[in-house]
Design a protein around this ligand. Structure first.
Ligand code: AMP
Length: 213
């Protein structure tokens, strides 16, 4: 099963993807995570990506398309995968369709996680992640027992560089102008599965698994 998780930054794509990985035993492919790892390594790809990411802009299509084309052909993707944060533009979606056609494969579902834009800034700027185990918290909605410390492993919590108000605003504008057209793109292919992304995380997970079953 090949799935795309679509939705604005802060909709909960990453959170749902991690739960779906356990449920369906297929990998999560997050272009954001791959790019952040490249930035941390200081690789040429990371250096190119960092400037765009810090401004809340998209990394060039050719860069992310290349990453995904290589990744989906790895052995662990043989039974399917969950694309999280890709495609983000119509040219990326067209390139994905082209590569899947060459591989005699296709996307089965595009889960569109819907959250009103007024809610997103607060969700994003309050996010905190554990440096050691990667678990996510939120300063208002899911605070750790001790500020700055992970409940699960005691690791240090950090805020993503691009989760500040200024960059978040630009990321949301980019979503509206460049990513939202994908709803029409995949509606035309009858692959859009809309999900209400507001509520308890487990409840939302139930809604997602229902449309995938
Ligand atoms: P994310 O973790 O999905 O919120 O992505 C963080 C940042 O990585 C984005 O704001 C972009 O700068 C970059 N990025 C991630 N995925 C893509 C993509 N499919 N196309 C272009 N840029 C991307």
């Amino acid at each position: 099963m090949n799935v795309i998780l679509l939705g604005p930054p802060g909709a909960g794509k990453g959170t749902q993807a991690k739960m779906l990985v356990e449920e369906y035993q297929i990998p999560q492919i997050s272009t954001g995570d791959i790019l952040r790892a490249a930035v941390k390594e200081g690789s040429p790809l990371g250096k190119e990506a960092k400037a765009c990411m810090d401004k809340g802009e998209l990394v060039p299509d050719s860069v992310v398309i290349g990453i995904v084309e290589e990744r989906i052909q790895q052995p662990d993707c043989a039974k399917g995968y969950m694309l999280d944060g890709f495609p983000r533009t119509v040219p990326q979606a067209e390139a994905l369709d082209g590569m899947l056609q060459n591989l005699s494969s296709q996307i089965d579902h595009v889960v569109s996680i819907e959250v009103a834009s007024e809610e997103l800034v607060g969700r994003l700027t309050g996010r905190r992640t554990c440096r050691d185990c990667g678990v996510g918290f939120h300063v208002m909605f899911d605070p750790p027992e001790q500020e700055g410390v992970c409940d699960k492993c005691g690791g240090e919590l950090y805020q993503r560089d691009d989760d500040n108000v200024e960059t978040v605003t630009s990321r949301l504008e980019v979503y509206e102008s460049q990513t939202l057209p994908l709803i029409d793109y995949y509606t035309a292919q009858e692959k859009i599965r809309p999900i209400d992304g507001v509520g308890d995380i487990k409840e939302i997970f139930g809604r997602v698994t229902q449309v995938l079953s």
